[in-house]
Write a protein that binds this ligand. Sequence first.
Ligand code: LIP
Length: 258
Amino acid sequence: MNEELKNTLLRAIHAGADQLKLYFDGVFEIKSKDTLNNLVTEVDKKSEDAIIDVIRSEYPEHFILSEEVGELSTESNYKWIIDPIDGTVNFAHGIPICCVSIGLEKDGKLLMGAVFNPFMNEMFFAEKGKGAFLNNKPLKVSENKNVKAACLVTGFPYRWVEVGTDPIAVFERFIRMGLPVRRLGSAAIDLCWVAAGRFDGFWEYNLNPWDIAAGYLIIEEAGGKVTNFNGDPYSVYDKQTLATNGSIHDEMIKVINE
Ligand code: LIP
């Protein structure tokens, strides 16, 4: 059964990514969502349709949660969590740091997930209890134990939010410590790059389940740790995401909550 689900997942992610490749750097419609710079393109919808068509052709009874269409709710204990383009702003500007992300939950727990950046030809995949892989090679988080020697990545919400953890203040604290902090513009890729040991840690406030679902499992299966900003057990429906190699997790929590 899991092998069949995996095949469907991979076929769906390729179907979505084909749309990204087809339209990248071309002409397509771009609209603003809730804020001027939170974009949705015609290609987000084309990718989403292609992904859902594949899933529906195999598993018409499964629950779907997808960024543009929302919930296609059913009684099923399987839920596909889809981001048809993560890094839409990058895509709209012709920046090839964007991907398709699909996670699959069974009974409320992530069973498998994949993140595919077709422009770098990088397919990240993980299945619960079976490890994480980049283009079929096993992935492991970095071994760095010292936050002062870490390379971090973050993202900023499109809309200013009134939370205890002001994203600019936290960013400033890490920068003032002299750390390299990157901002790639795709949370799903940020998470996978922590899983690959390229970054030691990632934090962001106000992400959505479709940004995180697959990447969360990929980090866990690569030996990393994901919690909220207090170190509590994580859910992809949480608003705070802290994902690290595990070793620098507590130190990052201290800086974030300073
Ligand atoms: C985006 C992210 C980006 C993050 C934004 C947004 P989209 O997803 O992945 O890194 O900072 O808040 O959620 O809109 O490109 O799918």
